[in-house]
Ligand binder design. Structure first.
Ligand code: SF4
Length: 248
C-alpha cells in the first residue's frame, strides 16, 4: 500500500456530480460549484421539453409532490468511526461549504467526541448521534459505504431540510452572571434554551427570564442582529452558542 495519507468524506450534503464538472449552478445562477458557491439546482423541480415542441412542458413526477431525481440524502457516518479508523483512514471530511457557524459547531463537536470515544474505547453516547438531528439537514444515509444497492439513498418526495432546533445567538461576553449575546434569531423572554460549547458533555439548559438592550432597557424580545444582555444562572463563556427547540 502506498505511503499516503487517506481522507474520506464522512458527513454532509452529497453532490450527485462528484466529477467536479457539473455546470448547472454556474450556467443557471452564475454561482460556480467549483468555487464552493453551488446553488444546488440539482435539488430543484424540472419539466421535460422535447425539442420540436417548444413551450410544451411535460411533467416529471416522482409523486404528487413533484420530482427529485437527483436529490441525495445527506451522508452521516458517525456510527462507523471505529470501522473507518480501523480501515487506516487518517482524516475525515465534514462538508462545510455555505453551512452556518451553528451547523459546523454541532457537527464538528459530535465527530470530535466520536473520535475521542474511539480512542478511549468508550461507547458512543446517544446524545452524540442525537446532536446530528439538532441541525438543519436532509434525511441521513450511509451512502455506498455500507450498502451498494442504492436503496434508501434518495429523498423522492421533498427537497426540504429537517430542522428541529433554531440557532438563537452567540455569547460574546460574560461578566458577573450577565451574558452579552449577539442575536441570530428572535429571542423572547421565557424562552427555554440550551447553551452549548465545545464539549458536548457540558451542555446546559436555561430559561431566559429577562433580557435587556445595551442601555439596560428591559425587552420582551430581541430581533436578529441585536446585541442584548441576559442574566444566566448557569455557567457560560464567550463563544458558547444558544439554541432553542423548534416549536413547529
Ligand atoms: S448542482 Fe448538485 S450535482 Fe451539481 S455541483 Fe451542485 S450539488 Fe453537485
Amino acid at each position: 500500500m502506498p505511503d499516503v495519507e487517506l481522507e474520506i468524506f464522512c458527513h454532509g450534503s452529497m453532490c450527485v456530480s462528484y466529477s467536479g464538472r457539473c455546470l448547472l449552478s454556474s450556467v443557471m445562477t452564475g454561482r460556480s460549484a467549483n468555487e464552493g458557491k453551488c446553488a444546488h439546482p440539482c435539488r430543484w423541480n424540472y419539466y421535460l421539453v422535447e425539442e420540436k415542441r417548444p413551450g410544451e412542458y411535460f411533467p416529471i413526477e416522482s409523486s404528487d409532490k413533484g420530482s427529485y431525481i437527483l436529490n441525495s440524502k445527506d451522508l452521516n457516518m458517525i456510527d462507523y468511526i471505529p470501522e473507518i479508523a480501523a480501515a487506516g483512514v487518517d482524516s475525515i471530511k465534514i462538508e462545510g461549504r455555505m453551512k452556518s457557524l451553528y451547523y459546523l459547531a454541532c457537527v464538528v463537536r459530535a465527530y470530535r467526541k466520536a473520535l475521542d470515544c474511539y480512542e478511549s474505547r468508550e461507547k458512543l453516547p446517544k446524545k452524540v448521534t442525537e446532536e446530528l438531528e439538532k441541525i438543519s439537514h436532509r434525511k441521513y444515509t450511509t451512502g455506498f459505504y455500507v450498502d451498494n444497492s442504492c436503496r434508501d439513498m434518495q429523498v423522492a418526495d421533498t427537497s426540504e431540510y429537517e430542522k428541529k432546533y433554531d440557532f438563537l445567538g452567540i455569547v460574546k461576553k460574560v461578566a458577573g452572571g450577565t451574558a452579552t449575546l449577539e442575536a441570530r434569531n428572535k429571542i423572547r423572554r421565557g424562552d427555554s434554551v440550551e447553551i452549548i460549547g465545545s464539549d458536548i458533555e457540558h451542555d446546559r439548559k436555561e430559561k431566559i427570564k429577562s433580557l435587556f438592550d445595551c442601555r439596560g432597557e428591559s425587552l420582551n424580545e430581541a430581533n436578529p442582529g441585536m446585541k442584548i444582555k441576559v442574566r444566566l444562572r448557569c455557567r457560560a463563556v464567550a463563544g458558547d452558542l444558544i439554541r432553542k427547540k423548534n416549536e413547529q
